[in-house]
Design a protein. Sequence first.
Length: 302
Amino acid sequence: MIQSPRSYLPDSMSRTHSFLPFLVLLLVFSTEGALFGYYMAHCQFTSPDGHDAVYVEQFYFNKVLEGQYNSSVGKVVGYTKNGIEVADKLNGDKDFMKREVWKSNLCKRNVPLIYDELQNSVEPYVWLRSVDAADSRHPSMLVCSAYNFYPKQIKLTWLRDGKQTTTDVTSTEELPNGNWLYQIHSYLEYTPKPEEKISCMVEHATLMKPMIYDWDDPWPMLSGHLHKTNNNEDKLSCHLARRCLCPTEPSPDSGRDKIAVGAAGLLLGLVFSVAGLIYYKKKSSGRVAVSTTEVLYPDVTL
């Protein structure tokens, strides 16, 4: 069953008019001091054409489900004493029931659009990096992360010299980004061995075959690994979603260029220093010393 968290109503007024009477009536009937209410709507379906779509509205008050409207039932059902009283009033409101039927039909009509959106798969960005191994019996730790992928199902596997290992491995679940995309992280604690090859294997519906990312630390300062994306460009996935850093290979002359620029700057600074010193000497030699015992202002006879 697929539940769409999105609302496909043309304006917010229709949504407000549907659940506001329920919450207002609950406020009237409630005798509790703390008052907090909210509303959730679901468009549930399993088929791409939407013939089995069900529209559900749920009304919560002080974290308790008071009642809900279900298009398959065709009315509001209350689950508490106050909820039952309010449900009876809403079921007798013709305008309210017309809006619920209209939204149920809107749910069914939009199922093909929702289904097409859900079929769009997104290939994961993979980042293999080294992190500090805090509170570990091993001196090193690697993290294999996959970002911004859809659908949700994915598998990360650690390989040591080509063999799968689960020792000292911990992984998160698929974590939602909030935009229908997901991320996942897998950690490997290990003690480095000479010539040992450590890899992270990623399996996902968007990949024709499992992708293997080897840890060989090509850019230790960046602490990450390149991977190929769909457009065949080298990109390094950063920790922030949908942000990539594209490192470039330094040219053979880049080191000499930096040295030349630094030397030129140093020489220019030296020239200005010498010129300033000469100017200061010339100005100092042109000054006339004045004796402190010289009478600057002769006596004036009044």
